[in-house]
Design a protein around this ligand. Sequence first.
Ligand code: 4NP
Length: 153
Amino acid sequence: MHKIMFVCLGNICRSPMAEYLFKDMVKKAGREKEFDVASSAVSSENVWNGVGAPVYGHTKALLNNLGISCDDKRAQVLTKEDGEYYDLILCMDDSNVRRAKNIVGTSNADKCKKLLSYANDSGDVADPWYTRDFQAAYKDIMRGLEGLLNSMD
Ligand code: 4NP
């Protein structure tokens, strides 16, 4: 079983997009049973009194247009225990990687890398919360996810 945690700043745009696109991709490849996939945030901005925000409207619409539902998703913060459980903690940008390493601690820091490293790209998935370009985030995330799935044959 490959245990994969996608991570971004708020867990309402990029990492839920990666989580649900990857779940869809592995399902279409008939490989659902091989993966345990989740997503989380390095900040607690979108969790109030333990209750996480739903996926942001533009991300939800993008997924819905592809026939993918994310209605059950609520934002959650990455924990030290997640660092023990998951094999890979795939982050959207350098800042996420730094903060994720801080959360999981030195023993699991090597699990934290950027998603685009699987597309042989040292760049970041730009945050659509700020750029408003959800299509650009989608294209970057898909490149990373395709490389990730191919690396797990
Ligand atoms: P995400 O985008 O990290 O891709 O989920 C953001 C969502 C919310 C905020 C920042 C980035 N925020 O400041 O609330």
